[in-house]
Design a protein around this ligand. Structure first.
Ligand code: PEP
Ligand code: MN
Length: 346
């Protein structure tokens, strides 16, 4: 952190800053520039010190120099994190993966049709919602624990690790029992207690970006999980809410490219929620791979027009297979080919 003094500050005022910095147990270092004096503050700087020092007379501005997030930052971990899941699936490190499956698990039949389709098309992870965060309490809320069991059985049978949303601290044990990856949904990005509890399970956690979450808030939220001694965190850009209403959300491709630079954590793109329209999922998948995403999360339903949630943005298995072919070709062209998958088992 650096404290920039006003042009006309007095010696007493800079002495007061130095005294307060020392009282806080930090080391002040004064740098006299040609027109300005600044005081560098070294040590473990808490975010609240910034506001406090800014109120001292003679101070013009207080600027942060190192990032407020630490464990997720490339400053402390220059190499990409690679997360190892079951069946040899690895997320991160320059080989993208597909996570695909239905928005909600609705029945055995629906789940298996989607799972077989995405597996045959080369998906690495199977997704499916059991606890659904719906805007209306009158909408389908998910089948709960029975759906977790179906998902786990389908993943095991088809040799795919599974990912499902952990909606509440109430469900931590059940979701951790049946799922390889715990998804924290956009609406819970800043549910800090949930983040801590998810982190404590030691399972891989995929943290979606909040509807109005800034990149810094997103990385700070990841910090809550990482600080539970759990290094297995994946980030997921799923679109943010903007003034635009023609699409469900605005998939922030800037964020994917920027977060890959700021952080060592894998970044997945979710063009299904990012666009809300099935016919935009393919082009935005290509764009996501081009800007550096470590994978795609795609909603796939055997009958999107009968889906109990997110049908408008769901692909049929056949459409997903076309998308996967195109994405693989593009990934080769940009020098980051998709991770291998073993041949489909069923
Ligand atoms: C989902 O993945 O089905 C979901 C609800 O996602 P989000 O939290 O991004 O809205
Ligand atoms: Mn959905």
């Amino acid at each position: 952190m650096i404290v920039i003094m006003k042009m006309d500050h007095t010696q007493e005022q800079s002495d007061a800053v130095i005294a307060r910095v020392q009282e806080l147990g930090l080391k002040p270092q004064t740098i006299h520039g040609e027109s300005r004096s600044v005081i560098a503050v070294l040590g473990q700087v808490l975010p609240e010190y910034r506001d406090e020092l800014a109120t001292i007379d003679g101070v013009d501005e207080v600027l942060r120099v190192s990032k407020p997030y630490k464990l997720s930052s490339r400053e402390v971990h220059p190499d990409d994190s690679v997360i190892e899941l079951s069946n040899g699936v690895r997320v991160g490190g320059g080989r993208p993966v597909f996570m695909a499956g239905p928005c909600s698990i609705e029945s055995e039949e629906q789940l298996w049709a989607a799972a077989k389709g995405v597996r045959a098309a080369g998906a690495h992870l199977l997704r499916g919602g059991a606890f659904k965060p719906r805007s209306s309490p009158y909408s389908f809320q998910g089948l709960g624990v029975p759906a977790l069991k179906m998902l786990s059985a389908a993943g095991a049978e088809m040799g795919m690790p599974v990912i499902t949303e952990l909606l509440s601290v109430r469900d931590v044990d059940a979701v951790a029992q049946y799922s390889d990856v715990l998804q924290i949904g956009a609406r819970n990005m800043q549910n800090f207690v949930l983040l801590e509890e998810a982190g404590k399970t030691g399972k891989t956690v995929m943290l979606k970006r909040g509807l109005a979450g800034t990149i810094e808030e997103w990385l700070l939220a990841a910090e809550y999980i990482l600080s539970q001694d759990n290094p297995n965190v994946i980030l997921c850009e799923r679109g943010i809410r903007t003034f635009e209403t023609a699409t469900r959300n605005t998939l922030d491709l800037n964020a994917i490219a920027l977060v890959k630079r700021l952080s060592h954590l894998p970044v997945i793109s979710d063009p299904s929620h990012g666009t809300g329209k099935w016919y935009l999922v393919r082009p935005m998948s290509m764009a996501s791979i081009a800007v550096g995403a470590d994978g795609l999360m795609i909603e796939v339903h055997p009958n999107p027009d009968h889906a109990l949630s997110d049908g408008a943005q769901s692909l049929t298995p056949a459409n997903f297979a076309e998308l996967a072919d195109e994405a693989r070709a593009l990934a080769v062209a940009v020098g980051r080919p998709f991770a291998e998958t073993s041949p489909a088992l069923v």
